[in-house]
Design a protein around this ligand. Structure first.
Ligand code: NAD
Length: 300
């Protein structure tokens, strides 16, 4: 069944996601603060709205794809999205935001007489363009059932993770695993170099032994063993280090809020924050390996 969707935030991720909804036969009213982005999405069949509230007023479903929690909460409140929408509208926030903000957003949506899901994504711009994203969804089962066909138009998988905020929780837990494992894999390659162990030999062993993980077999941080990994392409992202740093910051907030002692998670957040602010600003997150070498900075 075709829906009318208000899509707010037509950036790197939002633009291709909105375009895929159009391709699937939905009416999409789009809005972004940047006029050029609105024009680019219009070329893909998204109807430009004059404001986010105007788009929401006509929609069955409002999807947001914004930088951070303050943008989502700002739109819901100051920019009048909740007030403009018809009663019972489904608000699906696909941005990656703090778990606490996601829960606050759910409460605000429900208090205004609407329905809410948090549905952050994994898969990056490539996944957004190819409609192969994975959605991690928090909220009620009925709301999830309503959103499923829309999520299917933008991704290959949607996992209902639990109640409000569970999608965001799953996202930061997954990315904390990814960051820690990428650092671990990188340290192992650096150790191998210092021991004179060939990187391909380490790869051949670890990729079929207990060291096997995505950071090794898909996004291998040294050039050679996995031709498609960013390490073979000057560390062009892929998954950019600043995005990893952002997600680890959210994980660290949640660790602190819950009083959870996760020494590796905190350390990974610290390392990626420094890397993203420095040489990693435009690089794939696997390039962290360069900072872990004794002669810090030598290209792989
Ligand atoms: P982006 O900066 O390219 O896009 C965000 C867009 O939101 C911008 O175009 C901005 O103008 C717009 N915006 C901000 N405030 C607005 C408002 N009040 N009204 C309308 N538009 C507004 O960011 P992105 O890379 O598309 O990421 C979006 C979200 O997806 C982030 O939360 C990010 O963490 C998450 N994410 C990104 C990736 C990725 O690879 N880029 C992967 C997974 C998740």
């Amino acid at each position: 069944m075709s829906s009318t969707v208000a899509f707010i935030g037509l950036g790197h991720m939002g633009a291709p996601m909105a375009a895929n909804l159009v391709k699937a036969g939905h009416r999409v009213l789009g809005f972004d603060l940047v006029p050029d982005l609105l024009a680019a999405s219009a070329a893909a069949g998204v109807e430009p709205a004059t404001s986010a509230a105007d788009a929401a007023a006509e929609a069955d479903v409002v999807i947001t794809m914004l930088p951070a929690g303050r943008h989502v909460l700002g739109l819901y409140h100051e920019q009048g999205l909740l007030a403009a929408a018809r009663p019972g509208t489904l608000f699906v926030d696909c941005s990656t935001i703090d778990v606490a903000d996601a829960r606050t957003a759910h409460e605000a949506v429900v208090a205004a007489g609407h329905r809410a899901l948090d549905a952050p994504v994994s898969g990056g711009v490539v996944g957004a363009e190819a409609a192969t994203l994975t959605f991690m969804v928090g909220g009620g089962a009925e709301e999830f059932a309503v959103a499923e066909s829309l999520l299917a138009a933008m991704g290959k998988k949607a996992v209902h993770c639990g109640a409000a905020g569970a999608g965001q929780a799953a996202k930061i837990c997954n990315n904390m695993i990814l960051a820690v494992s990428m650092i671990g894999v990188s340290e192992a390659f650096v150790l191998a170099e210092s021991l004179g162990l060939d990187r391909q030999a380490l790869y051949d062993v670890a990729s079929t032994a207990s060291g096997q993980c995505w950071a090794l077999t898909v996004n291998c941080p040294v050039p050679g063993p996995v031709p498609s990994s960013p390490a073979n392409h000057d560390y062009r992202p892929g998954f950019a280090a600043p995005l990893m740093a952002k997600d680890l910051g959210l994980a660290a907030n949640a660790l602190r809020a819950g009083g959870v002692d996760a020494p590796l998670g905190y350390k990974a957040a610290e390392l990626y924050a420094a890397f993203a602010e420095g040489e990693g600003a435009d690089l794939d997150f696997s390039a962290i390996l360069r900072t872990l070498r004794p002669q810090n900075g030598t290209p792989a």
